[in-house]
Design a protein around this ligand. Structure first.
Ligand code: MN3
Length: 246
């Protein structure tokens, strides 16, 4: 990553090393988010708040329009607005979300910017990780990859559900490609496996704001609804395939 001299000068040596290390990993990581999702509007403009890829009520009854209205319209919008407020008139203004994440990951005095920028990215990714009539099993190459990596769909399902259910507090469960090997992981809060060099294929938001109106404390039921009816395997397959092309 190119850290501009004046910005690097503002960081102490340890922060710089952490930042540079994270950046190197990020360069190694092949960003999988379809570019059109993240660069809506001018590249020099504010960070994007793209429309949902489906109607607000399209995922009901698994996720109600009321949940989507708050989650997308209030929470996601709030992360985008806070990010834009925090980067206005700074060297981060005009950069892509990935660049902002790269420059702030692991830098203690930039954690508020990282959290809001990563949450902006994570939510665009999450909306696309679901579709009406999704869930079940992937097809084609991804099906083979899931079966070989996890020893079958049932094992994948069990491991993903366990990862999502056992995340204490807020965070995400992810299916990622780690140097070509599929893995499941969970991250706390705004964490994103991109910052540690892995390629996200699919994510599930397990913050309470994602499910509490519909499921209250029954996070497991929400996870099952995602796996059975919502997971967008086409999106995951596209992410895997674009990672492989780079
Ligand atoms: Mn959320």
């Amino acid at each position: 990553m190119k850290i501009e001299q004046s910005e690097a000068g503002r960081l102490n040596r340890r922060q710089f090393i952490i930042g540079a290390g994270a950046a190197a990993m990020l360069i190694a990581a092949r960003f999988s988010m379809p570019q059109s999702l993240l660069h809506a509007g001018s590249s020099a403009g504010p960070i994007p708040f793209p429309p949902l890829p489906y109607a607000e009520d399209a995922l009901a009854p698994c996720i109600s329009s009321r949940t989507m209205n708050f989650h997308y319209g209030k929470h996601h919008r709030g992360y985008v607005e806070k990010t834009n407020d925090m980067i206005r008139n700074t060297r981060l203004q005009g950069l892509s979300l990935e660049e902002i994440m790269k420059r702030t990951a692991g830098v203690p005095d930039r954690s508020a910017i990282f959290n809001n920028a990563a949450q902006s990215w994570n939510h665009i990714f999450f909306w696309n990780s679901m579709k009406p009539g999704g869930g079940g099993a992937p097809g084609g190459e991804l099906k083979k990859e899931v079966e070989s990596s996890f020893g079958g769909m049932e094992n994948f399902r069990r491991a993903f559900a366990e990862s999502a259910a056992s995340r204490f507090g807020s965070g995400y469960a992810w299916l990622v490609s780690d140097s070509g090997v599929l893995k499941i992981e969970s991250t706390p809060n705004a964490g994103n496996p991109l910052t540690e060099g892995r390629v996200p294929l699919l994510n599930l938001d397990v913050w309470e704001h994602a499910y509490y109106l519909d499921y209250q404390n029954r996070r497991q039921d929400y996870i099952s609804a995602f796996l059975d009816h919502l997971a967008n395997w086409d999106f995951a397959a596209r992410n895997l395939s674009s990672a492989g092309r780079k």
